[in-house]
Design a protein around this ligand. Structure first.
Ligand code: 6PG
Length: 249
């Protein structure tokens, strides 16, 4: 991969500073679009501080809630009442208190299978977008938030799984997860996630160091292959950086 194709690496001092930097990027993307805005959220623990900030008194006034729609890049196939449900976490931390109910777009899990859920969510995304084919000149999302798991997965696209190679469908069912929690998943695919102005990864803490080292070495992993058609940013903190570059960035 040519150096020009590399994501932009931004290093924050610690997890707090990283969440602040992420909130700045979210609100900058919102400010750049005067009409309807689509943001694709992510699950896991990494975005929680960002979600807390976006719902806080000092930040929520910067978001035109009546113009922003909130989607989710992957979901654990568990009921919305289950604490593992990704969108339920985002709803509880900041969405339910701020966003109009019709602007929150969860992946349905009260449905018979992950495949059915994937088809229903693809339909919802297509209706929102107004077409069944993605036009590179008209991104589906303004911003896609992402995280990277210890095996190099992102969203629920696990290394070596066939769903990573999907080129046609926007959303897929994933019968078995590669890492905990071992529940079936539903995930947007690489082409659907790529259809955005910005893809923003958050990786903080020493636990992320081994996987960030592999990503920086350009291993063939889903988190490396996930790229925006616009800008891709890896926002990391000092603790996640490999020893040899820590303190130099
Ligand atoms: C999920 C996620 C997943 C997550 C990474 C990182 O449903 O688990 O969307 O892709 O972003 O596993 O998770 P952490 O932020 O918890 O490290």
């Amino acid at each position: 991969m040519a150096a020009a194709d590399q994501p932009k690496l931004i290093v924050a001092a610690d997890a707090e500073a990283l969440a602040q930097a992420a909130a700045e990027r979210v609100t900058a993307r919102i400010a750049a679009n005067p009409s309807r805005i689509a943001i694709c959220l992510t699950g896991g623990s990494s975005p929680k501080k960002l979600y807390q900030l976006l719902g806080s008194d000092s930040w929520r006034g910067r978001i035109p809630w009546d113009r922003v729609h909130w989607f989710i890049g992957d979901e654990r196939f568990v009921p919305e009442s289950d604490p593992l449900n990704n969108m339920a976490v985002a709803r509880e931390i900041f969405l339910d208190r701020n966003a109009p109910a019709g602007h929150i777009h969860p992946i349905p899990t009260a449905i018979e299978s992950p495949d059915r859920s994937a088809a229903a969510y693809a339909h919802e995304l297509e209706s929102f977008y107004g077409a069944e084919e993605l036009d590179p000149a008209r991104p589906l999302f303004d911003l896609v938030l992402m995280g990277a798991g210890p095996d190099g997965h992102t969203a629920s696209l696990f290394p070596g799984y066939p769903e990573v190679e999907e080129t046609r469908r926007w959303v897929v069912g994933v019968p078995k997860a590669n890492v905990a929690p071992f529940v079936p998943r539903v995930s947007l695919t690489l082409p659907a996630l790529a259809s955005c102005r910005e893809m923003l990864f958050e990786m903080a803490g020493h636990d992320k160091q081994p996987i960030l080292t592999r990503l920086l070495n350009n291993e063939n992993l889903p988190a490396v292959r996930a790229r925006s058609n616009g800008e891709t940013v890896w926002l990391v903190d000092q603790a996640a950086l490999p020893e040899e570059i820590r303190g130099r960035r």
